[in-house]
Design a protein around this ligand. Structure first.
Ligand SMILES: NC(=O)c1ccc[n+]([C@@H]2O[C@H](COP(=O)([O-])OP(=O)(O)OC[C@H]3O[C@@H](n4cnc5c(N)ncnc54)[C@H](OP(=O)(O)O)[C@@H]3O)[C@@H](O)[C@H]2O)c1
Length: 301
């Protein structure tokens, strides 16, 4: 696996790993118990979850299989109230209690503010707001670090500029076919933040599966964007490189990214991850990718 900047899991001596398994799909389909068991017993030792994934089922399933001796690190996120949309300090505290109770843990290494779309940054930062609650959890030692995890664009940048956060999770904006997170990466690197790059397959289109061919970042693609994806796919074919392997390594080789969050939907996908991680991509491929030019705006830009 390519070398990335040496980092520790906050609050521990454990090195932060380059791969984090994303569990937003865990608990949405039957067979979640088996997948959860595989997720905590394999080669990759970090999981990304959230209070709201599968209505809490992702965390519950992880909690059912997680043992203290597993050596698995779980990152989670505070979510707004699912019924009212309220996302204030009290809600963050309740969200934390729900998460830790489902996971069966007392503390978390990183706790993100997740998709704060129902509040402004100013509301989040105000006394009684979501961010002071996260800071308080960190001061109490209940979380070792706090992060902002959301769609890209100026919202995430504005949260980074508050200097309140230790970590950021961006998604679908730094991929083989998208550079939308450039400013996020720059701002986070300037501050020494821990950076998670989630959705290296753009939610599925870069997995190569025809099922995902018409969407990027969970939105329909434009013809221009589709043509660019096709050019990248042809380039992979010429080099005899699997499209998802190139997509994964695009993120793994980026020194400003500390861990790449890959969405795992099934045991088969988890088993298939080994070969993608172990693939060796020649330097010449990256030079030819660059020669394809700046990708057109993606549906998430
Ligand atoms: N706001 C946030 O905090 C936020 C937002 C987005 C994502 N995330 C995190 O990032 C994770 C990843 O995002 P994502 O799942 O949306 O996008 P992704 O990782 O770009 O794509 C996941 C899709 O790629 C395919 N895939 C997975 N492993 C594969 C393999 N070994 N070979 C080929 N294809 C493979 C799967 O397709 P199939 O469906 O065909 O199996 C899966 O649905 C999430 O689970 C979540 O933890 C966080």
């Amino acid at each position: 696996m390519p070398e990335q900047q040496a980092r520790r899991v906050p609050g521990t001596d454990t090195p932060l790993e380059a791969i984090t398994l994303g569990t937003s799909g865990l608990g949405r389909e039957p067979g979640g118990e088996r997948l959860a068991r595989e997720l905590v017993s394999g080669r990759f030792r970090q999981l990304d979850t959230s209070n709201e994934y599968a209505g809490g089922r992702s965390e519950t399933l992880i909690g059912q299989v997680l043992g203290p001796a597993d050596g698995v690190t779980v990152f989670s996120k505070a979510d707004r109230d699912p019924r009212t949309g309220v996302f204030d300090g009290d809600r963050v505290m309740r969200s934390f209690e729900e998460t830790t109770s489902r996971l069966g843990v007392g503390t978390l290494p990183i706790y993100h503010l997740h998709d704060p779309f129902t509040i402004t940054v100013r509301e989040a930062m105000a006394p009684g707001g979501a961010v002071p609650a996260l800071v308080s959890l960190r001061e109490q030692g209940l979380v070792a670090a706090i992060g902002i995890a959301a769609a890209g664009g100026t919202l995430v940048e504005d949260y980074i500029r508050t200097d309140a956060f230790d970590a950021v999770l961006t998604h679908n904006r730094y991929t083989l076919v998208d550079r939308g997170a450039e400013d996020i990466l720059r701002l986070a690197t300037e501050r020494g933040m821990t950076v998670f790059n989630a959705a290296p397959f753009g939610g599925g289109i870069l997995s190569g599966s025809p099922r995902h061919a018409s969407r990027y970042g969970y939105r329909p693609i434009t013809p221009e964007f589709g043509q660019h994806v096709e050019r990248v796919r042809e380039l992979c074919e010429r080099w005899d490189i699997a499209l998802p392997a190139a997509a994964l390594h695009f993120s793994l080789r980026e020194p400003r990214v500390h861990s790449t969050v890959v969405g795992i939907t099934s045991v088969e996908r988890l088993e298939g991850l080994d070969a993608l991680v172990d693939a060796v991509i020649p330097d010449g491929f990256w030079e030819e990718l660059q020669a394809l030019g700046t990708p057109p705006p993606s549906p998430v830009d």
